[in-house]
Design a protein around this ligand. Structure first.
Ligand SMILES: [Fe+2]
Length: 357
């Protein structure tokens, strides 16, 4: 398999973007063991712009290349790919874009650079609420944004995300910053279900219950529970698996042991989920190949890989969740269209700024 990355940077990158992207390019070349160069591309190769990290993408590409002979060139960056794509416009070499989080995929769709998928295979494999209303992208995996709690929290004390505003949690909740895409999407789902005013009251009350200033990533909140700094935190489900089986940093196994997982809103609308997603670039000269790969990502074979590499849930309802992931608990998913969450993200950000989450 040829997996190279294209180092040429768009001039429109901000300084921050440049730093972040160069770091990502370095980590890509280390993670997959390929040089940073672009002159080995072959006709028929698929060029991917990916927000998804190289380690998580590589198993899919390896499997697909072994199956079909299709080779990949991957540009990975944790941010800035939409800017890059916009500045390249129709001259872009990208065939496919893979993202994590609904806001980023919607930002991408808004550029008008993604093609309509119009795929009976994807329409069959992925439920409608997990696809773009304009059909320019599809979700490829699901992650639940759940509550994790210490032993001090009794069974049944937290059943809904709305329960976190109860004054009994004062000084007992930890979260990362509200402006992170994961929390912004969660708040956008609350706007969709309750309206802006109630969502703002929720955010305000949540902030007043925090044990400390919002800080760190999701795993840092698990660590804070382990350290006794708080009893309740908000976390993406896959981090539990990543900590539980972390042999490189075994202290994270202890953080995982300190947690009870709580899937929320099971007696009403269902658990809020976020997605990883993919779309095809309009100007791709390799659309048939790009579509075949995207369709394969929604198939039984590929959907199982999402669980084994990142403890995520399949979007394809015909594919059962991985045994380990399933052992954390079965849950009902909120059927709110993911597109709606994306549309409400800017309104959520205004509330986040106003409440200081
Ligand atoms: Fe994450």
């Amino acid at each position: 398999m040829s997996l190279s990355i294209v180092p040429k940077m768009s001039d429109s990158f901000s300084r921050m973007g440049k730093i972040a992207l160069s770091a990502a390019l370095i980590s890509t070349s280390i993670a997959v063991g390929f040089g940073v160069e672009s002159n080995t591309a072959h006709a028929g190769d698929l060029n991917i712009y990916s927000y998804r990290s190289p380690i998580l993408l590589e198993p899919f590409l390896t499997k697909y290349t072994a199956k079909t002979g299709t080779r990949f060139n991957v540009v990975h960056a944790p941010q800035g790919l939409v800017t890059r794509l916009k500045s390249e416009g129709s001259a872009t070499k990208a065939d496919l874009v893979l993202t994590v989080d609904v806001s980023r995929v919607e930002e991408l769709a808004d550029t008008g650079l993604l093609d309509r998928l119009n795929s009976p295979v994807i329409n069959k494999n992925v439920p409608a609420h997990l696809r773009d209303v304009s059909d320019t992208w599809t979700a490829l995996s699901l992650r639940a944004r759940i509550v994790v709690a210490s032993d001090a929290v009794k069974d049944g004390e937290i059943n809904r995300i709305e329960d976190l505003v109860d004054p009994k949690w004062k000084g007992r909740i930890c979260t990362r910053k509200g402006s992170h895409v994961y929390n912004r999407a969660l708040l956008a789902s609350l706007i969709a279900h309750h309206g802006e005013e109630k969502a703002e009251t929720w955010a305000q009350s949540l902030v007043s219950n925090l044990a400390r200033k919002p800080q760190g990533n999701d795993r840092a909140q698990a660590k804070a529970i382990w350290a006794g700094e708080c009893d309740v935190a908000i976390m993406n489900s896959y981090y539990f698996g990543k900590m539980k089986f972390n042999n490189k940093q075994p202290e994270q196994q202890d953080w995982a042991k300190a947690l009870t997982l709580m899937f929320l809103n099971q007696d009403d609308r269902g658990q809020h989920v976020n997605i990883s997603a993919g779309g095809i670039v309009k100007t791709s000269d390799n659309k048939e190949e790009a579509m075949a790969f995207l369709e394969w990502l929604t198939s039984d074979e590929a959907q199982q890989i999402y669980a084994s590499v990142n403890y995520e849930y399949p979007v394809n309802p015909a594919v059962p969740a991985d045994n380990e992931v399933a052992s954390w608990g079965q849950f009902k998913v909120d059927q709110l269209p993911i597109s709606t969450i994306a549309k409400l993200s800017p309104a959520a950000q205004i509330i986040i700024d106003r409440t200081g989450w």
